[in-house]
Design a protein around this ligand. Structure first.
Ligand code: GDP
Length: 447
């Protein structure tokens, strides 16, 4: 980290096809105020108040645009440093000229991706889970993803992990007392309280790890469309996606790979994957397709079994349900397609026609119901959202388990210390430089 004053365009780069009404350029760093005064040729406006200013090139004095300028005084700013913003007209020549003008000042440099947020983290304005939530908020595609990101940005997840870490630190202090004062009247071994605390941590973290809602919501609920060849899986996917995503063909066994479509089901993000028909085949490529379909079906959060109403669909259903170990009757959905050919009515199945569109609204209702069951509010606790957090928590659990069976108090203390380090890495209390680089590299420039 250096303390250079950085700048970047915070809004999308205007193009000829898409100029924008506005473009916002941000500056952060010790000389942000200087820069604003030089670029406007006037004294700084009062902090946090927008002021109309002409933006001038520092060398030629040429006016580049007239817009609004804001000055934010450190330390009560987003990054914790002095900041300035220029709200300009959104044109290519304006943005290009403004960036050039800031560069010509000679004491500012272009920001790296995520550098504003990284500075906010470095200055204690947010923890790593909150920084990640900002990236999630920008990337959110559905309303529910946005809500989850906002909750995390408020610090709910960070607080949960910090509370666990604090309990661990207090427990470690107990253990260290036993090590430092072995002759004192302290309990033998780990002692009741230490053991109880570690077990409580294990139980709470274990429950959190078992809750997959947040990751599903973050990544999109994975739905595998499965069923025999020619049942209408691709047709149904196309209908749901409202575009030609999968090849629909008359000959059986044409969908050989897995095709994915992202959908927003009433705010719930889902990723629908069309898989090759589940049937035995001699064709090598098709066999591979079937193998992938089976693996996909087993790993998916939800299975959408599509059957042909004009075939022995009850028999097919029985075979697939019994042959799929991960089949979950509570949330998986059975669709009987082609009811235009063979009208069908049966309990616990959704009857549709991909050709006429009949039954599709009912199917969407059913899918949304399952989506809520798999991603909706649980016991009110904030759910885990990222693989990075899951990995660290798993490591923490492993260390806690070792602490409980450690043959010596000193070894138990060391395991507990490792568990706390794993927790600390999630929020950034424990700094790991390479980790920070990875996290912030994924941000956009200007964020
Ligand atoms: P997949 O192999 O399960 O993906 O099946 P496709 O979507 O490729 O469909 C197989 C054939 O059934 C195609 O000729 C479709 O046009 C036809 N088909 C799909 N859905 C319906 C339907 O609801 N009614 C009728 N009559 N034909 C359908």
């Amino acid at each position: 980290m250096d303390d250079a004053t950085i700048y970047a365009l915070g809004t999308p780069t205007p193009s000829r096809a898409r100029p924008g009404a506005l473009s916002v350029i941000r500056l952060s760093g010790p000389r942000a105020g200087d820069a604003l005064a030089r670029l406007t040729g006037r004294a700084l406006p009062p902090a946090r108040r927008m002021a109309l200013r002409s933006l001038k090139h520092p060398e030629s004095g040429e006016v580049i645009d007239r817009g609004l300028a804001v000055w934010f005084e450190a330390p009560h700013t987003e990054t914790g440093e002095s900041m300035a913003e220029l709200h300009l007209h959104g044109g290519r020549a304006i943005v290009g000229g403004a960036l050039e003008a800031i560069g010509a000042l000679g004491f500012c440099r272009l920001a790296e991706p995520g550098e504003f947020t990284r500075r906010a983290f470095e200055n204690g304005k947010l923890d790593l889970t909150q920084a990640e939530a900002i990236a999630d908020l920008v990337a959110a595609e559905t309303g529910e993803q946005r809500k989850l990101a906002l909750k995390q940005m408020d610090g709910a997840l960070g607080r949960l992990y910090e509370d666990w870490r604090r309990l661990g630190v207090a427990t470690l202090a107990h253990l260290e007392a036993v090590i430092d004062f072995p002759d004192e009247d302290l309990p033998e071994g780990l002692g009741e309280e230490v053991r109880a605390n570690i077990e409580r941590l294990q139980a709470e973290i274990g429950q959190h790890l078992n809750d997959r809602r947040g990751e599903r919501l973050h990544d999109g609920l994975s739905i595998a469309i499965i069923g025999p060849p020619n049942a209408g899986k691709s047709s149904l996917l196309n209908l749901l996606a409202r575009r030609e995503a999968a090849i629909v063909a008359e000959t059986a066994g044409t969908t050989r790979d897995v095709i994915e479509v992202h959908l927003d089901l009433g705010g719930w993000p889902v990723v629908l994957a069309d898989t090759a028909g589940l049937r035995d085949s001699d064709d090598k490529i098709e066999q591979e397709g079937v193998r992938r379909a089976r693996a996909r079906a087993a790993a998916a959060d939800l299975r959408l079994l599509v059957l042909d109403a004009s075939s022995d669909w009850q028999g097919e259903m029985k075979t697939v349900v019994e042959g799929t170990t991960t089949w979950n009757a509570a949330t998986d959905v059975v669709v009987v397609n082609k009811i235009d050919l063979a009208p069908t009515k049966a309990p616990n199945v959704v009857a549709v026609s991909a050709t006429t569109g009949a039954g599709v609204p009912q199917l969407l209702v059913q899918l949304e119901r399952s989506a809520v069951a798999l991603m909706g509010e649980g016991a009110g606790a904030v759910p885990l959202t990222r693989a990075r957090h899951r990995g660290a928590l798993q490591e923490c659990q492993d260390s806690l388990a070792r602490a409980l069976v450690a043959p010596e108090v000193a070894l138990a203390a060391e395991d507990l210390r490792l568990a706390l380090r794993a927790l600390g890495r999630i929020t950034g209390t424990v700094r790991v430089e390479e980790l920070l680089d990875v996290i912030f590299r994924d941000f956009c420039i200007g964020k």
